[in-house]
Design a protein around this ligand. Sequence first.
Ligand code: SD4
Length: 333
Amino acid sequence: MNRKKFLQLSSLGLSAVSLPSFSPSAQKPIVISTWDSGMAVNAAAWDILSANGKSVDAVEEGARHIENELNCCVGLGGYPDRDGIVTLDACIMDEHANCGAVAGLEQIRHPVSVARKVMEKTPHVILVGNGAQQFAIENGFPKEPAKLSDDAEHAYRDWLKKSTYSPVINIENKKQNGPFAPNFFDDGTPNHDTMGLVALDASGDLSGAVTTSGMAFKVHGRVGDSPIIGAGLFVDNEVGAATSSGVGEEVIRICGTHLVVEFMRQGMSPEQACKKAVERIVKRDPVKAKTLQVGFLALNKKGQYGAYAIQKGFVYSVRSGSENKIHPSKFLI
Ligand code: SD4
């Protein structure tokens, strides 16, 4: 199954899932995640949340679900760096501000679970590269073959013809119209590669996780926002949680998700907080901002959610007792 088919089937299949009998106004538990591929991820997380499970278990399970899709988007099936190597970044954060992350991890299928082990079994927050892989193997994660998925192999060969690094991602194919038009290249493959999700469980506790193969054809060793706590993910159990997708360098520069959570602490709604963070990026370099995409997604302690992006095309998926759907994000430009 190619990436496009996976995304289409995920969305179609899951929109047909019947909802459990919660009051429509119930806002917890709830899980929200980036992109339309978040529908399948939310379903995996929902199995845990709807059984009164913990949000940290739910977000890990959601991220593992997409990491298992070896022909799709994130994880070992993702696009490689410019040396043809798939390097994975992931992080997880719970309601106690416990957090763990891995960056530049090779040949391990479930970076989010390695990140959780870093959180639970070490005094550290981030492990990178060979050290992260060594830690994973010591903790029982099998080393998988260093083989590109067919789709990634094809894309990489194509990229090698010009070998230019131009990280213009997540800006949707302008030929596709409609609020839910997924972000596809002309050949039908999606041009985004990050899954971020945040959840509020029945006990009112927030957690989040992110998993990604990072920007396609990046310099070997490059780390984006996704595994950086406060950039790609931030959780404050008093206030809310946020995650991001898009050009990671721009998110890191403003400590994006930490900023979103701080704006919520000041009283802003999740959508207003995401918008303010997007504005911060655009203000720094309005000309450059026209050529790139960043989207923020946030959930507050009450279970209210919202998103905002620089450009049209960012979508996110929501699963709660009262809804199971994809939303288009508002955007600035
Ligand atoms: C990164 N933020 O590595 C990620 C890329 C991404 O959808 O979000 N792609 O910078």
